[in-house]
Design a binder for this molecule. Structure first.
Ligand code: NIG
Ligand code: FE
Length: 386
């Protein structure tokens, strides 16, 4: 077993006890067997088989992007352009991507997924969640999850994304399909089930039926909740003990209290509000109430086509009033908690050695220098990427 000592770390954020009261300056980190074996002051670093001098850069845990829709074909650039000049975002655009995705070959979908996950890795994301939701038939949903499973670590069944056009006049039959044969075909590939609980997608009763069936199949739950308006999504997520309620753009006081008193993570997706020109979620109220907050990209061809966690951090800091430290935590540990993982998102001893080296002396530069490609190198599973 080769051990690797990373030196020349100007600032090390571990999100473990070593950080108290803040990141460690002039630090070192030892990787052994794909895991973090030691962190501490450079002056006390143990010997190792090999040394890598990082030249005075900041090191952070790799980002955990806990919400993305990456199995799709085509894009909706024209829809985006129209939106920027006044056409509001509508979930109806999902059907455009459904048609393109159904028509695409496995290899075309694989190649698009590969392109997106490689971009993510280059931007410091070392754990990715990916949903289905652009197939909406038994065959196409199962295919999406099978392809996602080949390339990402956390896979979510989202047959309940919208009611597809062919079921437009019989939504109850579509819900029966989603919680019956489609769930049976998809569950073997999935860790989680998700429902887009929103006016124009699935209502409280339909959501309840689908979540109940998915839970009975042994899947963990997550929910698209309160994205386009106030609604029952957050309350249902908490009631069902979901790992995460995602979007949380329109919350009332009861929703905030419910999240704060639960294990359900509030996953905020600031790229969506940026790309749909919508009001941002009230991250401060959630944090101040004691809710666990994650930040993720929601990368998809409709509401948000960025897969950059540094960009989302910059927006969360600038427009959602999170401190840079809160935003980094939400993009790493928060994402891990939203996926019910404790081995990623931090660099405590024993954690998976997933880390990003920044071309900057401090993680604060992620928000301070928006749009600048600051990720210098990435280690995943203890191995340098790229
Ligand atoms: O998370 N809200 C539902 N689904 C995606 C958007 C999908 C699309 O527009 O294609 C979201 O924003
Ligand atoms: Fe989404």
């Amino acid at each position: 077993m080769t051990t690797t000592l990373l030196t020349g770390i100007a600032e090390l954020t571990t999100h473990a006890e070593a950080d108290a009261p803040g990141p460690l300056a002039d630090a070192a980190l030892v990787i052994a067997d794909g895991r973090v074996a030691w962190t501490g002051p450079a002056a006390q670093a143990p010997d190792a088989d090999e040394r890598v001098d990082l030249g005075g850069r900041a090191v952070i845990p790799g980002f955990v992007d806990s919400h993305a829709h990456l199995v799709f074909a085509g894009d909706r650039a024209q829809e985006f352009a129209a939106r920027m000049t006044g056409t509001p975002y509508s979930a109806g655009g999902i059907r455009t991507t459904v048609a393109a995705t159904r028509a695409a070959s496995d290899d075309a979908l694989r190649a698009n997924l590969r392109r997106l996950t490689e971009e993510m890795l280059r931007q410091g994301t070392t754990t990715v969640e990916c949903k289905s939701g652009y197939g909406l038939t038994v065959e196409h949903e199962a295919r999406a999850l099978r392809l996602a499973r080949e390339q990402v670590e956390a896979v979510t069944y989202l047959g309940a994304h919208v009611v597809p056009a062919e079921y437009q006049d019989r939504p109850a039959e579509y819900v029966d399909l989603v919680k019956g044969p489609m769930l049976d075909a998809c569950a073997p590939y999935a860790d989680f089930a998700d429902v887009f609980c929103e006016r124009g997608a699935f209502d409280a009763e339909q959501t309840r039926e689908i979540l109940t069936a998915a839970r009975a199949k042994g899947l963990d739950l997550r929910l698209h909740a309160n994205q386009l308006g106030n609604g029952p999504g957050v309350q249902l997520a908490v009631e069902f003990g979901a790992a995460s309620a995602d979007h949380c753009t329109f919350l009332d006081e009861k929703d905030i209290e419910a999240l704060a008193g639960s294990q359900t993570v509030a996953t905020l997706l600031p790229g969506v509000e940026f790309s749909t020109r919508s009001p941002y979620p009230d991250a401060r109220r959630l944090l101040d109430a004691g809710a666990t907050v994650a930040i993720a990209t929601d990368c998809n061809p409709g509401s948000c086509y960025t897969n950059s966690m540094p960009f989302c951090i910059a927006v969360a800091v600038r427009d959602m009033h999170m401190s840079p430290a809160e935003a980094l935590w939400a993009a790493t540990v928060g994402g891990a908690e939203a996926l019910r993982r404790d081995d990623v998102g931090h660099l405590g001893v024993g954690a998976r050695a997933d880390l990003a080296v920044l071309d900057a002396p401090s993680f604060i530069h992620l928000a301070y220098r928006p749009g600048v490609p600051l990720v210098h190198r990435v280690w995943k599973n203890g191995t340098p990427a790229g």
